[in-house]
Design a binder for this molecule. Structure first.
Ligand code: PMV
Length: 343
């Protein structure tokens, strides 16, 4: 699907704004087959959320040498370098060398296992491509977003999304594609926040350490295709129980793999584990809910819409839970009006 270049692009205004939402993997991505290109060693399946978002405005300024990046009103050197590397991919394609002014806001905690890099780089690629008038298909946007942050490949799309590991060395076959629209199976997600601190070991370093030192790495890779088949079939059949079983299995398997690295990666807090038990008790009582946890301490409980209030109440009540956010499933990256973000 191509999008039309914005009218003001042809008038010389290299300016656009986009919104993208985080996605949560149900069958996890962990491990890279190529670090420079951000190619995964395994495929993954995710859901894109609706009410948590990143909004990003990009303005390319002719004659400007450096990029100026503001994230939630602040500038961070490491983040700015990643943004510049991402914009360089777009500038190369468009054949321009202008610096950009980038303003980005998240309405949820950044870098704490809530996939802020997924929504952030999906929004940046969408807005940057739009601003430069690049007519990229969603798959092409997804390939570029993947180069900037692996899981961002999936946030270009809404609903249920599968990202293939691909086999080609250049990564052109490692693309994300939609499996099912959000509306076709509108599950809900409660996110239990157990810490607002940025995680100590980022996912790239965590994956590298795991691949080098975890004795379970080959078992992880060898069993992933079967997990993807089960999850894909469960999604296409809207089979909640099957999706619950495979999602919890994939989550616990990824964490067991990472915990067995040296030194071991332990992303959970006590409250994360308490929430896992609470979700399982609810399910034993007949409530359709399951949990998943990414490379951070927050627990995400996925449930049918009628269960969301009960799930939130049970998680809110768990010792150590600071807050519980609530989201449905949402759309992929999309354009929004320019000029709405505070700098
Ligand atoms: O894309 P990254 O580098 O943020 O890694 C994401 C890794 C997990 O969130 C743990 C799993 C996943 O598939 O999103």
């Amino acid at each position: 699907m191509n999008f039309e270049p914005r009218a003001d692009v042809s008038a010389g205004e290299l300016h656009a704004a986009s919104q993208a939402q985080p996605n949560i993997a149900l069958v996890k991505y962990w491990g890279k087959r190529d670090v420079a290109l951000n190619l995964p060693v395994v495929g993954s399946i995710s859901i894109t959320l609706d009410s948590l978002w990143t909004r990003t405005e990009v303005r390319f300024v002719p004659g400007q040498k450096q990029d100026q990046v503001s994230l939630n009103g602040r500038s961070d050197e490491a983040e700015s370098r990643r943004v510049t590397a991402c914009l360089d991919l777009l500038r190369q394609r468009a054949g321009v060398d202008y610096g950009a002014k980038v303003t980005s806001q998240n309405n949820f905690p950044t870098a704490a296992g809530l996939a802020s890099s997924a929504s952030g780089f999906a929004a940046l690629v969408h807005a940057g491509a739009h601003a430069l008038g690049l007519a990229l298909s969603r798959v092409e946007q997804s390939v570029l977003a993947r180069r900037c942050s692996g899981s961002a490949a999936r946030s270009i799309f809404g609903g249920y999304v599968e990202w293939a590991h691909g086999k080609l060395a250049d990564g052109t076959d490692s693309v994300a594609r939609p499996l099912l629209d959000a509306d076709a199976w509108p599950l809900r997600v409660a996110v239990a926040i157990t810490s607002k601190a940025a995680k100590q070991v980022g996912s790239t370093e965590g994956m590298r350490r795991t691949a080098r030192t975890s004795p379970y790495q080959s078992a992880w890779v060898d069993t992933q295709e079967a997990d993807l088949d089960v999850a894909r079939n469960a999604i296409l059949a809207r089979d909640f129980d099957a999706l619950a079983a495979i999602s919890e299995h994939s989550c616990l398997k990824m964490h067991a793999l990472a915990m067995a690295a040296q030194p071991g990666l332990l992303y959970w807090k006590g409250a994360t584990v308490e929430c896992m038990h609470r979700v399982r008790v609810l399910r034993q009582q007949g409530v359709p809910v399951f949990f998943t946890v990414d490379a951070g301490p927050q627990l995400k409980a996925v449930c049918v819409p009628s269960a969301i209030e009960q799930v939130k109440a049970v998680l809110c009540d768990a010792p150590g839970v600071l807050d519980v956010l609530d989201a449905g499933l949402g759309a992929g990256a999309r354009a929004m009006p320019v000029g709405e973000l505070a700098t």
